[in-house]
Design a binder for this molecule. Structure first.
Ligand code: CTP
Length: 474
């Protein structure tokens, strides 16, 4: 049997169906079903000529008020997990609707211990879905359609159990089956006891989910529902979740930074001693280049000012190649103004005061003494600009000890907004390696991200930047 969807109807028919559905207090799908049922019963029982109103089936209690499902309206499928934070998800429905987002809800079995389908359905204005093997649901919508007919799947609260199911691809209930079936962006707002959050199993699951491209908001630190317990594990507040969801909804998938300009510095600098020798460091430029590539993929106009590296130029990026710190500063100044400046280069702190124009000759038993002078601090120079300062200035901190403590001091000293701090001790293999475990330091505190590839760090940073710009309306 062929299938027909409301989207396939012509505009005029859709318009008339919408008005009729609104008049009867039903969703458009319920209205279409009612019309078909009426028509079918007329066919099978032509003698039973009753007024249409008498033949109309009892209105579905799941549709307490009409939901506008115009094509332009953004839709969120909200999966509510079983946790005390589920009550905040009711508020989240409202906060999303206030911003013109239609919300359809799936409640897990555990969630129904905390909130009811009635309260979620009343707020959403749509029936609430709960069971994988529900004859009505499967006939009517089904988990594949739930997974498809949305612009974003939002899991709030995302319990440790739901995260574990998502990470392993389990699909033994409606929520997990939808999450496995969806190709839409997925945003989760974890909420659990701090010990569960810090357990290695949850850390592993989180790393897998980030690797899979799942977007994470929170959790926040604070008091737990359990008496006397505090720590990291409280679900992000509804407005924080909304702030994380809106850029995903408003942009084309993957175009979170459309219309924004981004400057990235990357790689080491080489400071000449003479025409054949130079001072350098072990930076490969992999992290900075990955950030430039991720920002370009997200639709930004990107300028990458790169020191000498053995990497290809990222596609879609304007790459400016420099050697020294002074050249890097000049190239950076040239590319301003920008919306966001990300300073990932490992700039040499010193240069040789007087680099030789000829090769220095070795003199037996008399090694040369190199007089050094300080290089300009590019990050601090840009962050302290009074005119033409990027709206968001992000530095990096390469540390080998007391990582977050030193990085916090750098944030204050250099005047930037965020610092991405990493441990570059030899044992971590970060310098030149492909993975990175970073701490994001902002004025609000420290977030420790799980170890992940440099590409994933780049994508996560791009998402954070998009959220920050959206929150401040920039
Ligand atoms: N940075 C810069 N210009 C410099 C030195 C550093 O723009 N001359 C930037 C880096 O790109 C990075 C941040 O400053 O974003 C911190 O760099 P890092 O090497 O960690 O710190 P330093 O300032 O060199 O301090 P220290 O050597 O004491 O760790």
């Amino acid at each position: 049997m062929g299938s027909i969807t409301i989207r396939q109807l012509d505009d005029d028919l859709k318009h008339r169906l919408r008005l009729r559905a609104a008049r009867h207090g039903r969703s458009m799908e319920d209205e279409a079903r009612t019309i078909l049922r009426d028509a079918a019963s007329e066919e099978t029982a032509p003698a039973a000529r009753q007024p249409a109103a008498a033949r109309r089936p009892t209105p579905q209690p799941q549709s307490p008020r009409p939901t506008e499902t115009a094509d332009h309206l953004k839709r969120v499928l909200l999966i509510v997990g079983g946790g005390i934070a589920a009550y905040k998800s009711l508020d989240l429905i409202r906060r999303l609707q206030e911003r013109g987002v239609a919300v359809r809800c799936v409640l897990t079995g555990a969630a129904r211990h905390f909130i009811t389908t009635l309260s979620a359905g009343a707020l959403a204005g749509e029936r609430v879905f709960t069971d994988l093997f529900d004859a009505d649901t499967e006939f009517d919508v089904g988990h594949i359609r739930l997974a498809r007919e949305t612009d974003l799947v939002l899991v709030a609260p995302a319990t440790a159990d739901l995260m574990a199911k998502m990470a392993t691809g389990a699909a033994d209930d409606l929520a997990s089956a939808v999450l496995l079936a969806t190709a839409r962006p997925v945003l989760i707002a974890p909420a659990m006891n701090p010990r569960m959050w810090s357990h290695p199993a949850t850390r592993r699951n989180l790393a897998t989910l980030l690797e899979d491209g799942v977007i994470v908001v929170g959790p926040n630190a604070g008091e737990m529902a359990e008496q006397g317990e505090a720590g990291l594990g409280r679900m992000a507040e509804p407005l924080e979740i909304v702030a994380a969801a809106l850029p995903v909804l408003s942009a084309h998938p993957g175009k979170l930074l459309a219309g924004k300009s981004v400057l990235v510095t990357s790689g080491p600098t080489h400071e000449s001693i003479d025409p054949v020798r130079y001072i350098a460091n072990r930076s490969s430029g992999k992290q900075g280049h990955a950030i430039a590539a991720a920002a370009a993929q997200a639709g930004a106009e990107v300028t990458l000012v790169s020191g000498p590296v053995a990497l290809p130029d990222p596609p879609g990026v304007n790459t400016v190649k420099v050697e020294t710190a002074q050249e890097m500063l000049a190239a950076v100044n040239q590319s301003l103004p920008v919306d966001v400046g990300i300073f990932a280069a490992a700039v040499a702190d010193w240069r040789v005061e007087k680099a030789g124009t000829n090769k220095m000759k070795k003199q037996a038993g008399r090694p040369p003494k190199l007089a050094l002078s300080e290089n300009p601090d590019i990050l601090a120079t840009v962050a302290h600009r009074t005119r033409g300062r990027p709206a968001l200035v992000i530095g990096f901190a390469a540390e080998t000890e007391r990582i977050t403590e030193h990085a916090k001091a750098k944030l204050a000293r250099k005047g930037c907004d965020w610092i991405v701090a990493n441990d570059v001790s030899e044992s971590t293999g970060v310098m030149g390696g492909d993975s990175n475990a970073v701490h994001l330091i902002t004025k609000d505190g420290v977030e420790s991200w799980p170890p992940q590839s440099k590409q994933e760090v780049a994508r996560a940073l791009v998402r954070r930047i998009a959220n920050a710009l959206a929150e401040t309306g920039r």
